[in-house]
Design a protein around this ligand. Structure first.
Ligand SMILES: [Zn+2]
Length: 319
């Protein structure tokens, strides 16, 4: 994954929005000209006024001329808006409706990248990182509580509650405000399925979400850190995205590099109030033993979900 590819793709998407907004405006103009013929005449007058304005600039008494022409333009504009409302259209019906009113879908404002461009870079980056996950296969609708039916009632209720909590988390998600989730439990109990279901909902809402196993991410970061791919920037994407989902926490190779990466990610994201979902097969005490309090203390303030049940993949293969 290369930063330049992501940047170019984000720019292309914003330009496509601009073209779309302009095309919509052209279609509307055509329709309004046909329906209210006076508008075409007003537009023609405004255009020739613009031309006159341009020609007046070099003239000696231009200030006065410009003032007069500007007055005419304003009057024509008001007439146009009046006609539109009289025919049941909003007054700004013929203005180009840009997706981002700050930069008019150029991606830049005052020579700097607009917030919409930064946002798009996050989304494209997340899509690249997520390309290999089973994201498309998981949704709340495809999650079945029937696999937990054998559980004692109290455990079943816990699973039911976890499912509902995850749905609520996705529905009420706010970047910079939502809390962290720590999903604990053996393999095959639905942790990945539920966290990917949350991801699917948020991606659809336009948030940037990155999902991967801790081991795979550390491998990528190691390659970037020690290798030659210096234009990759996975770490800053992991720190910046709206939601980071770390799967299989505790199964990565334990090295000083992996520890410092995990510490950096946890600390930076928690300090910046950027939510995370962390999934692990280890128990709370195993985690404590493996990582120590320096890394974990703040993660344990997350909402902890203890999963119960029998391996769903096993159950499916037996059905
Ligand atoms: Zn913008």
């Amino acid at each position: 994954m290369y930063q330049e590819t992501i940047y170019n793709e984000a720019i292309a998407r914003i330009q496509a929005r601009r073209l779309h907004a302009q095309r919509v405006q052209e279609q509307r103009t055509e329709r309004i000209y046909a329906e209210i013929p006076e508008t075409a005449e007003i537009d023609r007058q405004m255009r020739s006024a613009c031309l006159a304005l341009f020609r007046a600039l070099p003239k000696e008494d231009h200030a006065e001329r410009v003032k007069k022409i500007e007055g005419n333009c304003q009057a024509a504009d008001a007439m146009m808006r009046n006609l539109l409302t009289q025919h049941g259209y909003p007054a700004d019906y013929l203005d180009v409706q840009y997706h981002c009113p700050i930069c008019n879908d150029t991606g830049f404002t005052g020579g700097r990248p607009c917030a919409c461009l930064k946002r798009e870079i996050g989304i494209v980056g997340a899509e690249h990182l997520n390309a290999q996950s089973q994201l498309a296969l998981c949704s709340f609708e495809s999650f079945s509580l029937s696999y937990y039916r054998d559980l004692p009632p109290d455990k079943y209720q816990i699973m039911e509650r976890i499912y509902q909590q995850c749905r609520n988390y996705a529905a009420q998600f706010q970047p910079g405000k939502s809390g962290n989730l720590l999903m604990i439990g053996n393999t095959g109990l639905g942790k990945t399925h539920l966290s990917l279901s949350i991801a699917a909902v948020l991606l659809q809402k336009g948030y940037s979400v990155i999902y991967d196993s801790v081991g795979a991410l550390i491998h990528k970061l190691e390659q970037e850190h020690f290798g030659k791919k210096s234009d990759s920037d996975t770490l800053s994407m992991l720190l910046e995205c709206d939601l980071l989902i770390l799967d299989d926490f505790g199964t990565e190779f334990d090295t000083s590099f992996s520890r410092s990466v995990i510490y950096t990610i946890f600390n930076s994201r928690i300090n910046a109030c950027k939510p995370m979902i962390v999934n692990t097969n280890l128990s709370k005490s195993d985690l404590q033993e493996q990582y120590g309090n320096r890394i974990l203390s703040r993660l344990f303030s997350a909402c902890i979900m203890q999963f119960f049940g029998r391996d769903i993949r096993m159950q499916k293969s037996l059905r």
